[in-house]
Design a protein around this ligand. Structure first.
Ligand SMILES: C[S@@+](CC[C@H](N)C(=O)[O-])C[C@H]1O[C@@H](n2cnc3c(N)ncnc32)[C@H](O)[C@@H]1O
Length: 228
C-alpha cells in the first residue's frame, strides 16, 4: 500500500510537471514566439499533382508517441500524388509512416534510416516489411552510400528536431533529391522553442531565403517541390 501511495504521488507530481510544461509551451507559443511560423501557407491540394489521389492507411496508433493519421495521411497523399518511385525517410521510429508509404506505393523503393537499434517495432514480422529497406545507422555516417545511389524523388525528414540536426538533415535531403522531387518535413510547429527541442521552424525559415519552402495548411508539415 505504501509503495502504491508513493507511486501515486510520483505519478501525480509527474503529471503536474507535464501540465506546467504544456501551459508554459502554450504561453510561449501564443505570446512570445508566434512569429516562428513564417513560411507561406498553402493548401495540401495545391501541392498534389492529382487532387483525386486516394490512399489507404495501416496500423492504428498504438502508442501515445505514434504519428497521428493527421501527419501520416498528408505525407502518403503527397508521395502517391507525385508517383514517387524512390522514397527516403529520415527517422523510422516505430515505422508507422513507413508502413503506410509502402502500402500506398506498391512499386516504390522505400529506404528508411534510424540511429536507434530498437526502432522499426511495427516493421518486424509485418508482410509489408519485405518491401522496406531499413538501415539502422546515423544517416550522416552513410552519406557516401546514399550519394552512390540514384536520387530520391520523395524525402520525408523526421529525424532529430533539436539544435543543428534539422539543418544537417535538410542539407542532406536537398543533396539527395531528384530534380523534380519533393521534400516534406515534420514538426514545422511552434513548440519546443524555450528548451531548443524543435528548431525546424528556424531551420526552414533560413532555407526558405533561397528556396520555395511552404507550410502545408492545417498540418505540422512543410514541403519543398523541386522544379529543375
Ligand atoms: C520523430 S521520430 C520519427 C517518426 C517516424 N517518422 C514516424 O512517422 O512515425 C525520429 C526518429 O529519428 C531517429 N534519428 C534521429 N537522428 C537520426 C539520425 N542522424 N539518423 C537516423 N535516425 C535518426 C530517432 O532515433 C527517432 O527514432
Amino acid at each position: 500500500m505504501k509503495e502504491f501511495l508513493r507511486n501515486l504521488h510520483l505519478n501525480t507530481g509527474f503529471k503536474r510537471r507535464i501540465l506546467m510544461h504544456r501551459i508554459t509551451e502554450v504561453f510561449i507559443s501564443s505570446f512570445i514566439t508566434p512569429h516562428r511560423l513564417r513560411l507561406r501557407p498553402v493548401p495540401l491540394a495545391s501541392l498534389a499533382t492529382n487532387p483525386d489521389t486516394q490512399i489507404v492507411l495501416t496500423n492504428l496508433p498504438m502508442n501515445r508517441n505514434d504519428s497521428p493519421y493527421d501527419d501520416v495521411a498528408p505525407v502518403c497523399l503527397l508521395a502517391v500524388s507525385k508517383q514517387a518511385r524512390r522514397v527516403l525517410e529520415i527517422g523510422t521510429c516505430r515505422g508507422r509512416t513507413t508502413l503506410s508509404l509502402a502500402l500506398n506505393l506498391p512499386s516504390a523503393a522505400i529506404v528508411t534510416y534510424d540511429i536507434d537499434p530498437n526502432a522499426g517495432a511495427y516493421l518486424r514480422g509485418h508482410p509489408l516489411a519485405a518491401r522496406i529497406e531499413m538501415r539502422v545507422k546515423d544517416i550522416h555516417t552513410d552519406v557516401a552510400r546514399l550519394r552512390s545511389e540514384p536520387p530520391y524523388d520523395f524525402i520525408y525528414v523526421d529525424g532529430d528536431h533539436m539544435g543543428e540536426n534539422p539543418r544537417r538533415d535538410s542539407e542532406l535531403a536537398f543533396s539527395l533529391l531528384a530534380p523534380k522531387g519533393m521534400i516534406v518535413w515534420h514538426d514545422y510547429a511552434n513548440w519546443g522553442w524555450a528548451l531548443g527541442l524543435n528548431t525546424v521552424p528556424e531551420t526552414l525559415a533560413e532555407f526558405a531565403r533561397t528556396r520555395d519552402i511552404v507550410a502545408i495548411e492545417r498540418t505540422v508539415l512543410a514541403a519543398y517541390q523541386g522544379t529543375a
